[in-house]
Design a protein around this ligand. Structure first.
Ligand SMILES: [Zn+2]
Length: 312
């Protein structure tokens, strides 16, 4: 039987005896300290560079889990649109991921905090120095997808500040998991993403995770945009600035009839204070042009919140 995922070990919270926050937040917003993403160096780096630098380390009680940790990162990277770059353990600024087990998992060691007896993974030193600690020893007989699901869950705490999908006030029992907690009077419309727990939640990136990613990183909706042609026939795209006051850049993205998607730096434009802007685009039969706007590095590479301008 799968145990509950995942506790946070609230290094930050434990020190301040934080008040209980509401269940089913999308991201961790603390009553006093606000959005915890602002204290998270992994998230700050990601927003600047569109990259998560990560390293794998294995405690003596853990089993080999590098492949599945890497797969979990690749799944998030490819679906959500950021770069995942593995670096050597000890590289400054990297998200440290520990394959752990036994007493080191429960109580921690010199490198990371402990997760307790009731979790299967946790993020220690959250949010100021987040480290993923996963009980790979206990999960060894589980199916691959279940093990990946735990890694995906913990990763999304660390890189997107996503909150628990289960009922935190019942975190120590199965009552916190769907479907027990599904529908009135508890949480109408509750999602079953991997941020939840139990046996019936989704084991892949799903609509909820995509929504929560865009929400957490404040990825903007696309601006209104149109095709136009210069008098000599050269096609261009022009768009309206100011539809989202946070947006600082617009990107044009191209899709080809064979399914290939691409963009290049010359199709990124800084919003310049003018009401409208435009870029010349290369015409090719069947090519479609898409537009998105964003305010930081995460938004550059996410194929989220894009709108079709038109096709040649
Ligand atoms: Zn969790």
């Amino acid at each position: 039987m799968r145990r509950l995922f995942i506790a946070f070990v609230l290094g930050f919270f434990a020190l301040v005896a934080a008040p209980v926050t509401a269940d089913h937040q999308i991201t961790f917003i603390h009553d006093t300290y606000g959005d915890l993403a602002q204290y998270n160096p992994i998230i700050k780096s990601l927003r600047g560079t569109a990259t998560v630098y990560w390293s794998y380390e294995q405690d003596s009680g853990g089993v080999y889990a590098h492949a599945e940790v890497a797969q979990a990162l690749q799944e998030l990277s490819s679906d959500l649109g950021f770069f995942a770059v593995e670096v050597a353990p000890g590289t400054p600024g990297a998200l440290r991921i520990f394959s752990s087990g036994g007493v080191e998992f429960i109580y921690g060691n010199a490198k990371h905090g402990g997760c307790g007896t009731w979790a299967i993974g946790c993020v220690t030193e959250f949010p100021t120095d987040p480290k993923l600690v996963i009980d790979t020893a206990t999960m060894q007989p589980w199916g691959l997808r279940s093990r990946l699901e735990v890694a995906l869950h913990e990763l999304m705490h660390a890189i997107a500040n996503l909150a628990e999908g289960y009922r935190e006030e019942y975190v120590y029992g199965t009552a916190s998991c769907a479907p027990v907690d599904d529908g009135p009077p508890y949480a109408p419309g509750m999602h079953r993403s991997f941020m939840n727990c139990g046996l019936t939640n989704n084991q892949f990136v799903d609509w909820y995770v995509r929504f929560a990613w865009a929400y957490a990183h404040e990825i903007e909706n696309p601006p209104p945009a149109w095709f136009g042609r210069h008098p000599d026939g050269t096609p261009f795209v022009y768009w309206e600035n100011g539809s989202d006051s946070r947006a600082r850049y617009v990107a044009l993205v191209f899709s080809e009839p064979n399914g290939f998607w691409w963009s290049r730096p010359e199709y990124f434009a800084a919003i310049n204070g003018q009401p409208y802007q435009g870029l010349i685009v290369p015409e090719s039969p069947g090519r479609c042009v898409w537009v998105k706007q964003m305010h930081d590095g995460v938004g550059y590479y996410a194929r989220y919140s894009i709108a079709l301008v038109g096709c040649f």
